[in-house]
Design a protein around this ligand. Sequence first.
Ligand code: NCD
Length: 337
Amino acid sequence: MRPFKHLFGITDLDSEQIKYLVNLGHSFIDINRRSIKKAPTLRGKTIINLFFENSTRTRTSFELAGKRLSADVINISASTSATKKGESLLDTGMTLAAMQPHVLVIRHSIAGTCEFLADYLGDTSIVNAGDGAHEHPTQILTDLLTLKQSWDSMEDKVITIVGDIAHSRVARSHLIAAQKLGYKMRVVAPKTLLPSDIERYGCEVYHDFDAALPGSDAVYMLRMQTERMTDNCSIPSIREYHEAYGLNRARLNAAGSDTLVLHPGPMNRGVEIATDVADSVNSHVLSQVEHGVAIRMAVLAALCGGNDAEEIPPKRNRRTKREMEEDAMKSKEGFWS
Ligand code: NCD
């Protein structure tokens, strides 16, 4: 597999890297199910999670992923960061990078934030945990791992993604992944919730949900990203939206008894998905959450390398406390002379 320093998006990965990360994630599922959920893979590594947008699943899973692989993990959210005191994003990024973390995991409302910061943060690897309506690579790797658990192959499979495609970084990253891996995507949305450049992704576009259901191996529901709706993309009403674009029992039956139901969360029950469908045997929503931890372990391990035993000095070479104090005094003397 071609090594990579940052994970900005599915765009930057080739199909071999995607498969490698999904397979590596698969190998980590087991650790998360053990009673003692700890492996030494990232011992001595530092990971900082910097979240400027709300998150339950993604933030917690990055934190658990780092901790279960024995890294030191720090979490910073927008409300507690110095950006609240007027510091720029760049200064916050450079400040954190000066503390020498191995990885900075960033979620931000502005597309391209990670690429922008990477130019200034030296050796620190950056992982995109969602940037505006741009990309959300670890969610797609999570979904692929979930599908891998149910299907023998992606070949000829049809994933129908429904809802607010225009503002969804999950939809965008999936459309890019489908082109790289060769699975088929159907996109279902009212015209007002479709991106203007949808044609470039080579997917089938539907405005009628019922027409898209037959032959769908998975139906992937999306939340309306109201926090990003600054343009004129309103829907008539929640009730009408649910009637036209909500996944209910009748629609699930029309898709078929083997059809998988996915949702990246958080779900808005009664809007894009009916409660009985969200809790049905077809629903893999909680499996997605479980696999999210395994995938983030895979991404962190791929970026930080394995258990770099050679970086830990052999015991006999470790300095005594006294030697360290002597060294400290010498360096201080040097500094003041
Ligand atoms: C998604 C996101 O943040 O893009 N959620 C997630 O990461 N699990 C989708 C959403 O917020 O609707």
